[in-house]
Design a protein around this ligand. Structure first.
Ligand code: AMP
Length: 212
């Protein structure tokens, strides 16, 4: 399936969780700018050093840094892909147009109170980026990823104060992208609330329906 999908939605709307499953099922390459940036921070690369302060403060990393990453990953890619966390503003969306033709934009819609609960309870695997929720989806062994045994941790930007700033930035910069893609007739809005499996089935059904 040669789908080129962007996954929109607020932080904590379930993009990362759903993106992994969708890519497995549909055979798409997953590109998550958040995961790529966190890896750069962990490895202390020049990009990571520049990006860290913005990420810890809940701000967007400057476009020129993120755009470089995306160009490197998307250019030369064969087949379909799913972008998680990119584009985050109109400038990035316009840049993306110059390197690929996106054919679906899936927007996961979740109430703000639920988002805050999900994010402050989120734990992520340092090794494979799998995501857990302390109450709704805990690891079997405390602090250890079920999938790879890696150490789980709380992202430095997953505290309540930083979440509020991330949500503010989302509304101001990222939300307008829904209209950008709706104007092209490729926006697919999906209710992102409920169980992970339920949301996953909804997304898959919406994608399949859209294609026909
Ligand atoms: P995420 O994992 O998608 O929630 O991203 C975590 C953080 O990485 C964001 O709060 C931003 O600081 C940064 N980030 C991720 N993707 C982008 C992007 N497309 N543009 C700018 N900053 C980004």
């Amino acid at each position: 399936m040669d789908a080129k999908i962007v996954l929109l939605g607020a932080p904590g709307s379930g993009k990362g969780t759903q993106a992994k499953r969708l890519c497995q099922e549909l055979g798409l390459t997953l590109i998550s700018t958040g995961d790529l940036l966190r890896e750069a921070v962990r490895k202390n690369t020049p990009l990571g050093v520049k990006a860290k302060g913005f990420m810890d403060a809940g701000k967007l990393v400057p476009d020129e840094l993120v755009i470089g990453l995306i160009k490197e990953k998307v250019a030369g890619l064969k087949g379909g892909f799913l972008l998680d966390g990119f584009p985050r503003n109109l400038e990035q969306a316009k840049m993306l147009d110059t390197i690929a033709k996106v054919n679906m934009a899936v927007d996961l819609e979740v109430d703000e109170q639920i988002i805050v609960d999900r994010i402050v309870n989120r734990r992520s695997c340092k090794q494979c980026n799998e995501v857990y929720h302390m109450v709704a989806k805990p690891t079997r062994m405390e602090g250890k990823c079920d999938k790879c045994g890696g150490e789980t941790y709380q992202r430095t930007d997953d505290t309540e104060a930083v979440v509020r700033e991330r949500l503010r930035v989302y509304k101001e910069r990222t939300l307008p992208l829904a209209k950008f893609y709706a104007d092209r007739g490729i926006l697919i809005e999906v209710d992102g609330q409920g169980e992970i499996d339920e949301v996953y089935d909804r997304i898959l059904a919406a994608i399949k329906k859209f294609k026909h």
